[in-house]
Design a protein around this ligand. Structure first.
Ligand code: SF4
Length: 308
């Protein structure tokens, strides 16, 4: 079986298994057990894909951007509810547009034709079935970009297992290393317990990210005020429970948007000292990767791809 035929076979199997699970949805750790054919669950998504935007994104990590940009698909809905979410309009307010599987497939092809380096699926789990259906159609049209699963990290291992051999790159946040902080700021009771297992599964499938193969795990870590992101514990986890070869993307861009000002510890940007501390931790544990400059004023550069 050639590579494309093998991938098509894996995608078809994942479609069938995902379809079954939509009758009592447990695709993410929220485990709503709703019948998505009749009613949406916490993530507000049903069966067909709902998408806020597709863009060529130049603000992702350098190997995912290069000359052509990352072909980002911003799906509506989310399995978490972060009080400081920059994308709250589509992640929590569900703005976006319902697409047919065929329409989304045409966008994937368009992303490839526009010269994107990769297909960057932003928070795809609530729309996983719709993505897989569209992806299969695109593969039949010789779609060949590496696929990035861009996630909060709050994922169900059994769902990730469906994606073994389908996703090339896991771009996973580690947001906190304390379940109680996840409960307070993201409305999930078990963020760190779940995310540790999920990231280990991502690593089992693909190993550490390597640019030569465009495959593997990258961990993103947004530094939050008052050290509440748990940078030290995150680094310790990577170094001792995963591998220090997993690159870390350290982010300084935190802004108190959406409901963040309701929480005193989140109501300001981080200080230079807080960012320096995070850099020092990364260094101390022998980790490498990419960092944003603390004073960077550069906005993410993105070229919108128009709806047809
Ligand atoms: S994917 Fe959506 S409906 Fe399914 S368990 Fe998660 S939040 Fe609930």
């Amino acid at each position: 079986m050639d590579l494309n035929a093998e991938k098509l076979d894996r995608v078809q199997k994942a479609i069938e298994k995902t379809r079954e699970r939509l009758h009592s949805c447990d695709l993410c750790p929220k485990k709503c057990y709703v019948n998505r054919y009749e009613t949406p669950g916490f993530c507000m998504q049903r069966i067909e894909p709902r998408v806020s935007a597709t863009v060529l994104h130049f603000g992702e990590e350098p190997p995912l951007v290069k000359e052509g940009g990352a072909g980002a698909v911003f799906f509506s809905g989310c399995t978490m509810s972060c009080v400081y979410c920059q994308n709250f309009s589509f992640s929590q307010k569900n703005t976006g547009r319902d697409l047919s599987f065929e329409e989304l497939s045409r966008y994937l092809i368009k992303i490839q034709k526009e010269g994107a380096v990769c297909l960057d699926l932003v928070t795809p789990t609530p729309n996983l079935y719709g993505f897989l259906k569209a992806y299969k159609l695109a593969l039949e049209e010789d779609f060949a970009l590496p696929v990035v699963f861009n996630t909060s990290g709050y994922e169900e291992v059994s769902t990730l297992e469906l994606l073994d051999g389908i996703e090339d790159i896991y771009l996973s946040d580690i947001r906190y290393t304390d379940d109680e902080i996840g409960r307070r700021h993201s409305l999930v009771p078990d963020y760190w317990t779940v995310t540790k297992k999920a990231v280990k599964e991502m690593f089992r499938q693909t190993g550490a990210f390597r640019e030569e193969s465009m495959r593997g795990v990258i961990v993103r870590h947004l530094v939050l005020p008052e050290r509440i992101a748990g940078t030290e514990e995150m680094a310790e986890f990577l170094a001792f429970e995963l591998s220090s070869s997993v690159p870390v993307s350290l982010m300084s861009q935190y802004r108190p948007v959406y409901r963040a000002r309701e929480f005193s510890e989140l109501s300001r940007r981080i200080t230079e000292e807080e960012y320096d501390y995070a850099l020092d931790v990364i260094d101390r544990f022998g980790l490498t990767g990419w960092m944003q400059h603390f004073e960077s004023k550069e906005n993410y550069r993105a070229k919108p791809l128009r709806w047809d």
